[in-house]
Design a protein around this ligand. Structure first.
Ligand SMILES: NC(=O)c1ccc[n+]([C@@H]2O[C@H](COP(=O)([O-])OP(=O)(O)OC[C@H]3O[C@@H](n4cnc5c(N)ncnc54)[C@H](OP(=O)(O)O)[C@@H]3O)[C@@H](O)[C@H]2O)c1
Length: 252
């Protein structure tokens, strides 16, 4: 997989979040031609910019090959998505890889306790975002007859646990969206997949669930490796799947 991304343009949406930073860092280590990382909060961007650049490999730092750009964008707004994609195409001509790490969680509430606003928010950031960014990136991938798209669903999207209706429904919707898009692009040298993580070992999860057994949680760096694999030519025969990424959480 070493040189896979060398001439490629990689877009990581939500690339400054807990998992997103690791995904951005992992792609950087393959020295792609360009990596475009979207963010919303200036503070989060500044913090993770340092982490991503510091965390990239010695080889990457030495050859200075990769152009790194941070672009502010809310991908739940179609006009912002259009501007983002057209800006990248104007500058780089193509998006080879989209890793869409945007998403969020609201849970711990029964259906009757869940507000309309919370329901809409889950559908917006977990499902509509994936629809909009895929829609606009796929047009150019279809023209170029090349593309790799990886979305982040959740184990909860495959099987809900209760008290997570809006989140589970939005992540389940994402799995069907991935399947549908993969069927539509069949034969065009485009793969579209998603992964189904269980709890990720992030700072905010540790704060929210301090008494949990963290050893059963998934390391962001391990998920990033799977995402890079699904974006690489090594996985060209994998298309339209929702890949479980449960690590040590089996049976817990
Ligand atoms: N954490 C887990 O245990 C877990 C488990 C299964 C699946 N997942 C999924 O894994 C992905 C990453 O999770 P994470 O824990 O790394 O979360 P995170 O740290 O909150 O990262 C999510 C990123 O998405 C960005 N984002 C949210 N709404 C956006 C919007 N409308 N437009 C553009 N960017 C937006 C966030 O920016 P802001 O900071 O500005 O909101 C943040 O940078 C998500 O899809 C999540 O649902 C997480």
């Amino acid at each position: 997989m070493d040189r896979d991304f060398y001439d490629q343009v990689i877009l990581v949406t939500g690339g400054t979040g807990a998992l997103g930073s690791k995904v951005s860092e992992s792609f950087m280590n393959f020295s792609p031609k360009a990596i475009i990382i979207t963010y919303r909060s200036e503070t989060e961007m500044q913090e993770s910019k340092t982490k991503i650049l510091d965390g990239s490999s010695k080889k990457q730092k030495e050859n200075h090959h990769t152009q790194v750009e941070f672009v502010k964008a809310d991908i739940t707004h179609e006009d912002e998505v259009k501007t983002l994609i057209s800006g990248i195409l104007e500058k780089f001509g193509q998006v080879h890889v989209l890793a869409n790490v945007v998403g969020g969680y609201i849970g711990g509430k029964s259906v009757s306790e869940t507000s309309e606003e919370e329901w809409d928010k889950m559908m917006l950031i977990n499902l509509k975002s994936a629809f909009l960014i895929s829609k606009h990136v796929m047009n150019s991938m279809k023209t170029k007859k090349f593309g790799k798209i990886v979305h982040i669903s959740s184990a909860t999207g495959a099987k809900a646990s209760g008290n997570d209706s809006a989140y589970a429904a939005s992540k389940a919707g994402l799995i069907r969206l991935v399947e549908s898009m993969a069927e539509e692009t069949n034969g065009l040298n485009i793969t579209i997949n998603c992964i189904l993580p269980t709890i990720i070992d992030t700072e905010s999860n540790r704060k929210a669930m301090p008494k949990s057994n963290f050893s059963t949680w998934i390391a962001p760096a391990d998920l990033a490796k799977v995402i890079c694999f699904l974006a690489s030519e090594d996985s060209k025969i994998i298309n339209g799947v929702a890949l479980p990424t449960r690590g040590n959480s089996y049976g817990s």
